[in-house]
Design a protein around this ligand. Sequence first.
Ligand code: B12
Ligand code: SF4
Length: 412
Amino acid sequence: MNGVCLRVLLVQSPVGRREAPIYPIGLACLAGALDSHECSGIDLSLEEFPEEALKTRLDTIRPDLVAVSVRNIDDSSYPVTHWYLDSFGVVMDVLGKWEGTVVVGGAGFSIYPERILKLWPRIDYAMVGEGDIALPQLLEHLRGAPEPPWLNDRIATPPRPSLEDMSLPDYSVFPASDYPGKGSVGVQTRRGCVFNCAYCTYKSLSGNGFRIRPIDRVLMDIREIIKQGFDSFMFVDSVFDHPVDYYRQLIDAMSKIGNVPPWGAWLSEAVPLESLGDLYSAGCRWIDFSPDVITRKGWKLMGKGGSLKQLWPVVKKARETGFTVGINFFSASPGENFFALLQKFLFMARARITLGWGSTFINIGTIRLYKGAPLSEKLYPGEELFQPVFYRPRGLADVMIRFFQAVRRVRR
Ligand code: B12
Ligand code: SF4
């Protein structure tokens, strides 16, 4: 392989069921970073017969290296959980009969790299975390450069890079026309998070504090998204309104570029109310809040920033401004069970009836405990939690949530 440009096939692992397509933005970032190589892509989550599709693509492209992205290992749903790794197994079976180098990475994968490596020894390299700088370096190593210090046998744990002059995603490897639907493509403005919500893996995946992308780079992504023909997008950041100065500068800059398609973002309850009008003018049309809990005790135990008091005023103001609003709660959390769940259902009724049935959505999920989350460490210290373990409601609350989820499944 020494000294040559490599043929790289970027593969999004299949989801194993019918789902709204999600653009593989992680792989598009890698394609952008691998511009000195010959990259092509296949999103197996769009294929009815992923096994055949992959075999055909391997035969036509004849890649030197296959880079597989595993965004999710399971769908974190209670009481019925979908296991995405079954369909990843199909990819590994096909690659078992193929001779090139196989590298695997992705957000879900990065929570359980050792376990997945053990289950599928066909993987040559397991990359934990961000591949933008590290994957090109690994390819250099395969072409003869010295081994990078972060490579330990088959497990790569590269440092988290600065986003200052990170390459731009290359959207051309996965055509926009394959991804219809609201916000199917993601734009990223920052990585990491300053908050410390007890159930969240984000900090272990992407680090403490924010690494921010320069605004002009974000605008370049948006212009490219428009050029590629996407008709909407969503920001895939942890919280879009932090740090506040950056948030204000970004929406100001976005309101100045023409033709921005409608977009959505996750906001904290502390978003300045008077900024919501500017947010709307910048093209934002739907926003999501994740208060998760509804009592002061729950809020404190969950380690949330901001204040619960801000929730209703911000939701109301957002609806008055014209946004579609989503609000996410958990069915149970430390300090909250049956009465808190009732309050969440009452909140749902109040919000939908008074603020608009068709534009105010409430989701009540259940905490799936993942390795690396503070709550998991507290409740199950040192445990892997690879098979789904939930912080689940008890007694009547459990009956209610099972019924609620069954109704949602039938409606879907
Ligand atoms: C935004 C987001 C969503 C959005 C996506 C919107 C969109 N249009 O893209 C929505 C809300 C739709 C969503 C849905 C779901 N999500 Co989500 N999501 C995220 C989030 C917050 C960011 C993902 C993202 O876009 N990152 C930005 C891109 C650039 O990064 P990336 O994809 O991770 O890629 C980088 C690296 O991973 C790596 N990499 C990626 N692939 C590869 C491959 C190789 C070979 C290498 C070397 C490196 C590499 O390099 C890339 C560039 O640095 C993550 C949390 C997180 N911190 O990652 C959860 C996360 C991925 N989601 C998660 C879950 C559970 C889900 C759902 C199952 C929830 C549900 N019950 O419906 C669904 C599944 C949908 C699906 N089929 O994927 C979990 C996955 C954990 C798990 N169980 O495996 C995460 C990790 C959050 C968590 N709970 O911890 N999600
Ligand atoms: S849940 Fe959201 S705000 Fe809380 S730590 Fe995770 S990414 Fe940050």
